[in-house]
Ligand binder design. Structure first.
Ligand code: NAG
Length: 265
């Protein structure tokens, strides 16, 4: 009897899990009724996904257009349509026709750069611009996702977004064969929080970053731009003790912090 219940429960759970898991490579939103959470899995890999061998290449330098629940502001531009890049970028302009978003070493990046093709739209925020990919198969669940959250039990927090990247660094895994397996400790994980009540400001948290990870932290809406000070490439990670950042396009500042509390909204 117990066994049968377990088998039925497992079958039921299997159905629920497979229904809840977004289809690989699709843009289906999975809706969690709990506390007004709506997660859009843009790209994903990990246990339970059966990505094609071409997945790391297909999603390489990829962009996804998204429609937002509230307008997001970058400098003096504001829109409910945005584009999210595999490479750690969030923009309000259409990147169609631009070259691959190979990271430049500093902002601003205009239309004449990147071999004359441009590779960064005019109005963007860059929580950590690098060159990333998702492996075909991974022991660890990795994704790029957009989560809308309205915590009804904490209305003071209000409507907000989490844009999360849990990706692999391409620098360490250049060949496409290597990109089929997980990248282990060459995985980067960072999340950008955007609050309706704090327009033009972006709160970023870096997790499990390898030491001296290079990447650009900043924003531009040409001709305006801001970038974390120090060097043109801003290293996050434990040695540098950069674990969070606030990109404030209203004040025109980028601050980085060593602990999460340094970057509280
Ligand atoms: C918002 O974005 C859409 C799509 O790129 C664009 O057509 C529209 O002009 C933008 N609106 C504003 C106010 O910038």
């Amino acid at each position: 009897m117990t066994l049968m219940i377990a088998a039925v429960a497992a079958a039921f759970l299997g159905t629920v899990l497979s229904a809840a898991l977004p289809a690989s490579g699709s843009n289906k939103a999975s809706l969690d009724k709990r506390d007004h959470v709506k997660a859009l899995y843009i790209w994903n890999t990990g246990p339970g996904f059966n990505n094609p061998s071409s997945y790391p290449q297909e999603t390489d330098d990829a962009w996804q257009k998204v429609e937002l629940e509230f307008p997001i502001q970058i400098f003096d531009k504001s829109n409910t349509t945005a584009w999210i890049s595999m490479n750690g970028i969030f923009c309000l302009d259409d990147p169609t026709g631009l070259g691959p978003s190979v990271p430049a070493t500093s902002l601003p990046v205009g239309a004449s750069q990147c071999n004359g093709k441009g590779c960064l739209p005019s109005t963007c925020v860059l929580p950590f611009w690098g060159d990333y990919y998702l492996p075909k198969k991974s022991e660890k669940a990795r994704s790029v996702r957009l989560t809308y959250h309205y915590p009804s039990t904490a209305p003071q927090v209000g409507h907000h977004y989490h844009v999360g990247w849990d990706v692999c660094s391409k620098a360490s895994q250049a060949s496409s064969a290597a990109q089929h397996a997980d990248c282990g400790d060459q995985g980067y994980e960072f999340q950008m929080n955007i609050f309706k009540s704090h327009p033009g400001k972006f709160y970023i948290y870096y997790f499990n970053m390898p030491d001296h990870t290079p990447g650009i932290i900043g924003a531009q809406s040409l001709p305006n731009f801001i970038q974390a000070s120090g060097s043109s490439q801003n290293a996050a990670g434990p040695k540098k003790k950069v674990t969070c950042a606030i990109i404030d396009t209203i004040a025109g500042t980028v601050i980085t912090g060593g602990k999460r509390e340094d970057c509280a909204p």
